[in-house]
Design a protein around this ligand. Structure first.
Ligand code: FAD
Length: 351
């Protein structure tokens, strides 16, 4: 089955939906292809206690404010799933699922999108496949020798699964801090970070991160010095559970170990910790393997872009993923602007 349309959006998470909303407004004929069976993107796979680090009003896609979740200052991941489910229904976005895109190819004037459920030919493609699907685990000496269980953030659900176990949580970002805090009362977590953890001030949440990203975008737009964006503020938002665990003395970081062995981890000074489980909260890489046939991979596994548009394949846009496709592009509130810009450029091309 081959269909032809003006644009294909790959990925039906928040970034793909934001693109769809803008393409619909501009009158572009398009489809959204999403590998999941239900709406919600990565949010549907988050651990049970995950909450946003910004209030609902600061976590909205274009056109529709996220409703407040009763009793929660910071909405839970399942609330985001409900919001995205409603969003795509409300705007009647043409999401096809489950459809996994396997490759995007040049096909003369068009791009050919090959998926497990058929082939689409389009004048433009917006890739919005996120990062959750490509967990990153660093190469650490002895990793394969470790006899216990190893898992990544993407597989972590609840502290109940680790009750009484000796867990080592690796990673000094938000996921590492939150999962170490989540485990603090059920397991005996050792939290290790490559450098001392940098908590944001307790009264700072995702709103300040978004403001910093906006200031950075303005500075760059106006040719001023890069303000450093969110990284200049710290790495970890001190959300309530993190604060509680930290204040109770249950969230102390150790430096990174130098190697793993069968029974646990060993540090440079000779100390060691026995462990049943290692939880790697060590980040993600952009899920871009479907774009490999275009031969666009640049530095750090990214694709060179100007705004959201690929420099070497101007019919392709990249949305979400990280700041390299636009400041705060990988956040709910931040993806709105790059989605609008991408949709306008697509509309200019195809209408
Ligand atoms: P995703 O949600 O991953 O959606 C991508 C979609 O594309 C998925 O449905 C996927 O199945 C699909 N897909 C992938 N590959 C293919 C393919 N080949 N073919 C077809 N479909 C495909 N942001 C905030 O704004 N506030 C927060 O508080 C916040 N907290 C976060 C906490 C954690 C732990 C993490 C990891 C991120 C957080 N973020 C937060 C960042 C961001 O909002 C989320 O990562 C969000 O899920 C990114 O949305 P997305 O649409 O770019 O990607």
């Amino acid at each position: 089955m081959t269909q032809t349309t003006q644009a294909v959006v790959i990925g039906g998470g928040q970034a793909g939906l934001a693109a769809g909303y803008q393409l619909r407004r501009l009158g572009v004929d398009f489809v959204i292809l999403d590998a999941q069976t239900q709406a919600g993107g990565a949010w549907r796979h988050a651990w049970d206690s995950l909450h946003l680090f910004s209030p609902a009003a600061y976590s909205s896609l274009p056109g529709r404010l996220m409703p407040i979740q009763t009793g929660e200052a910071y909405p839970a991941a399942r609330h985001v799933v409900d919001y995205l489910t409603d969003y795509e229904r409300r705007y009647n976005l043409p999401v096809h699922r489950p459809v996994r895109v396997e490759g995007v190819h040049r096909n003369g004037r068009l791009l050919r999108v090959e998926a497990d459920a058929g082939t689409w030919r389009a004048e433009a493609v917006v890739s919005a496949t996120g990062t959750w699907w490509r967990p990153f685990v660093p190469a650490v000496p002895g990793r394969s020798a470790f006899g216990g269980r190893q898992l990544h953030t993407v597989e972590y659900r609840s502290p109940r699964d680790f009750a009484g176990q000796r867990a080592i949580v690796v990673g000094g970002g938000n996921s590492g801090a939150q999962i170490a805090a989540d485990l603090a009362y059920d397991a005996e977590p050792t939290w290790v970070t490559q450098r001392p953890p940098r908590f944001l001030a307790d009264d700072i949440d995702g709103r300040a991160l978004f403001d910093a990203a906006t200031a950075r975008r303005r500075a760059l737009d106006e040719g001023r010095t890069d303000t450093g964006g969110v990284a200049s503020l710290g790495d970890i938002v001190a959300v309530q559970p993190v604060r509680d665990a930290r204040d109770a003395g249950a969230l102390k970081a150790s430096p990174m170990f130098v190697r793993l062995d069968r029974g646990g981890a060993r540090w440079a000074d000779g100390t060691r910790a026995d462990a049943d489980v290692i939880i790697w909260c060590t980040g993600f890489r952009p899920a871009l393997s479907h774009l490999a046939p275009l031969g666009l991979r640049g530095q750090h596994g990214h694709i060179a872009v100007e705004g959201t548009r690929s420099v070497d394949e101007p019919r392709l846009h990249l949305l979400g993923y990280g700041d390299w496709t636009g400041p705060a592009s990988a956040t709910l509130i931040g993806v709105g602007r790059p989605a609008r810009d991408a949709a306008r450029t697509v509309a200019d091309l195809v209408l």
